[in-house]
Design a protein around this ligand. Structure first.
Ligand code: ADP
Length: 299
């Protein structure tokens, strides 16, 4: 397990004003980590990921059996920040029956014919399930804020699109999440924080390796030109929507092994803290089970 003190530092305190420059994207943001050194951390991170994967598989079974709560995991980050790889590595071992990943792309016309939260509501996890949002309703205060012309496709009633408009969206999101939490959904939100240099490296990687060509999208290069605008939109989003019940974690993501082990640790610690139990079987049912057992055994 990773020290609580360190995890707490990654969590955005509700109401605080986030400046992303103050969050390191690498592995040496913690003095203790610095002392241990990169190679030792890499080894430790692999062990932590493995242990948490096992714990996650076990907790998921309990989550499913107790059928009371659901878990919603939100992943956001710049292009190439490692959202897909995180899902693949952190959730390996989890029973696919109780886990649903939804990736959100540019909304369809059916989706823009509804309020902006509609399509996300339809993909929420049921009780007992873990739902992972690969991009989420937060795109509506990120890409849409960076390119406000996208609002023209959203069929909204006319009005100004200034601070008041965006603040109302943050409020809507906070109210939406509060509603979910009150009804038994635990929400964990991760911002995969990479540096501009690391993104350049990853994009070049996709252009230099034949097997990665398919991952390259020209639009990623276009969006990179808006890097600073995105960082500002992320800072605003993190400041306005990290709450006690649905906190944001800023995950250093230049090293994938660091990001994955941190996220696995935060999720499995949270599920373990729910202290879930297998449902108790009623006296009457126990009797019926005994009768069934005897019947089968005597066949
Ligand atoms: P990914 O990059 O997630 O692997 P894509 O390359 O298909 O997948 O990118 C999905 C695109 O959809 C992103 O550019 C993202 O900004 C965009 N998108 C997601 N949600 C919205 C939204 N609500 N409005 C406009 N664009 C969105």
């Amino acid at each position: 397990m990773i020290k609580k003190k360190y995890i707490r530092r990654l969590m955005v305190s509700p109401g605080s004003k986030v400046s992303l420059k103050q969050y390191d994207t690498g592995w040496a943001q913690d003095d203790e980590l610095k002392r241990v050194g990169k190679d030792a951390i890499k080894e430790r991170a692999a062990e932590i990921l493995e242990a948490n994967r096992a714990s996650l598989a076990e907790s998921q079974e309990l989550l499913w059996a107790s059928n009371l709560y659901s878990i919603l995991i939100v992943l956001q980050g710049m292009d190439t920040s490692g959202k897909d790889g995180t899902i693949k590595h952190v959730m390996a071992g989890v029973n696919p029956q109780g886990c649903r990943v939804t990736s959100f792309k540019v909304p369809t016309s059916e989706e823009t014919d509804h309020n902006f939260l509609w399509r996300y509501t339809r993909a929420l996890p049921a009780r007992g399930e873990i739902g992972i949002f690969n991009r989420s309703y937060y795109e509506d205060v990120l890409v849409v804020k960076v390119h406000p012309e996208l609002l023209d496709n959203q069929q909204l009633p006319p009005g100004k699109r200034g601070d008041k408009f965006w603040n109302a969206r943050y409020d809507d999101i906070n109210a939406f999440e509060r509603h979910l939490v009150q009804n038994g959904t635990f929400i964990m939100k991760f911002f995969l924080h990479i540096s501009r240099e690391e993104q350049k490296k990853r994009l070049l990687d996709r252009l230099e390796d034949k097997e990665k060509y398919w991952k390259f999208a020209l639009s990623d290069l276009a969006e990179r030109q808006f890097w600073d605008d995105y960082q500002t939109a992320y800072e605003m989003m993190l400041s306005k929507t990290s709450t006690d019940t649905a906190p944001w974690y800023i995950i250093p993501a230049d090293y994938k092994w660091i990001a994955r082990s941190l996220i696995a640790d935060i999720i499995s610690t949270k599920i373990r803290s729910l202290d879930l139990k297998y449902p108790e079987v009623a006296e009457e049912t126990l009797k019926q089970l005994e009768v069934a057992r005897e019947k089968l055994a005597s066949e």
